[in-house]
Design a binder for this molecule. Structure first.
Ligand code: NI
Length: 134
């Protein structure tokens, strides 16, 4: 973190009371940390919408027995090799696999990879979580 900068904010009492209840429920220790997270989230959304660089993970489960699915998953990952940092594969049980794909790249490309995998028949669940890359 760089130098700390302090500033005051004027808010309606109802708004700050609702915010305080909300952040207390989330176990925030201070308003400052909660507001920092809100600002980071807002800036991340800006980065995503402007096609900037993000880092993240795709977490997916799929049916190991689905014909051609495993080959298709590998083909797609090779197509996106430039944004995939690593892939971890876990054999959950006899028929189900879990894969965690770490990615870093421009936001639309990361979204394209996520969507290309998500729509395949046999993929049971997929979630994409992204963070700022810097
Ligand atoms: Ni497996």
């Amino acid at each position: 973190m760089g130098d700390l900068y302090r500033f005051g904010i004027s808010l309606d009492r109802e708004l700050i009371e609702a915010f305080d209840r909300h952040i207390a429920a989330q176990q925030y220790k201070s308003r400052s940390e909660a507001i920092r997270d809100l600002i980071r989230e807002e800036l991340l959304q800006k980065t995503r919408s402007e096609g900037g660089t993000v880092a993240g993970a795709i977490v997916m489960t799929y049916d190991h027995h689905k014909r051609e699915l495993v080959n298709r998953l590998l083909d797609i990952q090779h197509d996106f090799h430039d944004i995939i940092i690593s892939t971890q594969h876990v054999h959950l049980d006899h028929g189900n696999c879990l894969e965690v794909i770490a990615v870093k790249g421009n936001a639309p490309e990361v979204d394209r990879l996520s969507t290309a995998l998500k729509v395949l028949v046999g993929v049971k669940h997929l979630s994409l979580s992204v963070s700022s890359a810097d």
